[in-house]
Write a protein that binds this ligand. Sequence first.
Ligand code: HEC
Length: 95
Amino acid sequence: MKLLPSLLLLSLAFTTLSSYAEDGQALHQSECTECHGRMTGGDGHVIYSRDERIVKNISELKARVTHCANGANTGWGESQISAVTDYLNQQFYHY
Ligand code: HEC
């Protein structure tokens, strides 16, 4: 009867994994789009795909997310930073 608890754990792990990217999107939406939108006018997402973008690789992306998250006083920890970094990388940067 050891099988049932491990199955439960496994399905929990999968639920967490599949909501990961979505979580990053929601976090980004609530904390990040407004200021970038004000800077760029309209859709703040252009900041991630403009030609002269400042982020050049995945570690710079994470550093920038950390920097902006701190600047915006989000209080985000490592898991939120990672989720948003993954989301931005999947949607815009593709490193
Ligand atoms: C109070 C304003 C403000 C908020 C809030 C903000 N940012 Fe930024 N963000 C900036 C500024 C300013 C830049 C730099 C633009 C430049 O140098 O041209 C920037 C640039 C970036 C870049 C680099 C874009 C590039 O050129 O490649 C990323 C990534 C980024 N922000 C992520 C985030 C994330 C994630 C959040 C939410 C936690 C966030 N930002 C919230 C102001 C903000």
